[in-house]
Design a protein. Structure first.
Length: 228
């Protein structure tokens, strides 16, 4: 009699492989071979395959006929699209705050995020720092209450996670600027100058994008040399 795999196992495997993609344990473009993952995690192929499908749905893995699954390998164009589209959608969310009278709950959360970023030492807690940076602008998206917008931004954020982590792994240290952008957005929202707050969000994306691109090119290049 065949034993049905508990539904939670694919999600547990998904989370573990996801983290390995984000932190660079699995390199951009690296094959995700089912047999290797079976041996690593000591499980059968069925939950592994389901976990890989979940990674494909999240945008962290790709699948090609007869080539199987691979860690996503971004082109420069794709990275630009991800960062600028996410900034544009978050700017749109900021401008949507004009329809809300009481912004104090949101402002409280933004101020708290700003303070945590100022105090944070990403060298000791990279994931915590990145979570706070990502969460600051997601607070705005969630507050607006536009579900299709929320789903789109969360998906874009997920696809940006390996890029963010790689930037810090390769020596990014200007953490004060990230905190400053969050603080400036909060100040503009406090004044109900939503156009200014949206412009600052776009400015933030244009500021960090060249560093993200450079760090990713270095990572891909270093992996290629190592493989050679």
């Amino acid at each position: 009699m065949e034993t049905k795999v508990p539904a939670t196992i694919p999600y547990m495997l998904y989370e573990q492989v996801r983290q390995m993609i984000i932190d660079g344990t699995l390199a951009p473009g690296q094959p995700l071979r089912e047999q290797e993952l079976e041996r690593r995690f000591g499980t059968s192929r069925s939950p592994i395959r389901e976990a890989l499908r979940l990674l494909e749905l999240s945008g962290l893995a790709t699948h090609a006929q007869r080539r199987g699954f691979r860690v996503v390998l971004y082109s420069e164009r794709e990275i630009r699209q991800l960062y600028l589209l996410r900034a544009e959608l978050e700017a749109y969310a900021i401008q949507g705050l004009a329809g809300h009278k009481d912004l104090q709950p949101l402002l409280g959360r933004l101020r708290d995020a700003h303070e945590r970023l100022v105090r944070c030492e990403p060298g000791r807690a990279v994931l915590s720092y990145l979570s706070t940076v990502r969460g600051a602008f997601l607070e705005v998206v969630d507050f607006v209450g536009n579900q299709p917008l929320r789903e789109a931004v969360h998906r874009l954020n997920e696809r940006c996670e390996p890029l963010r982590y790689n930037l810090f792994r390769r020596g990014f240290s200007d953490v004060g600027a990230s905190a400053c952008f969050v603080g400036r957005v909060a100040d503009a929202i406090t004044q109900r100058d939503f156009d200014l707050a949206a412009a600052i969000r776009r400015e933030c994306a244009h500021w960090i994008l060249p560093m993200v691109l450079r760090a990713y090119a270095e990572e891909v290049g270093a992996r290629a040399i190592g493989a050679g």
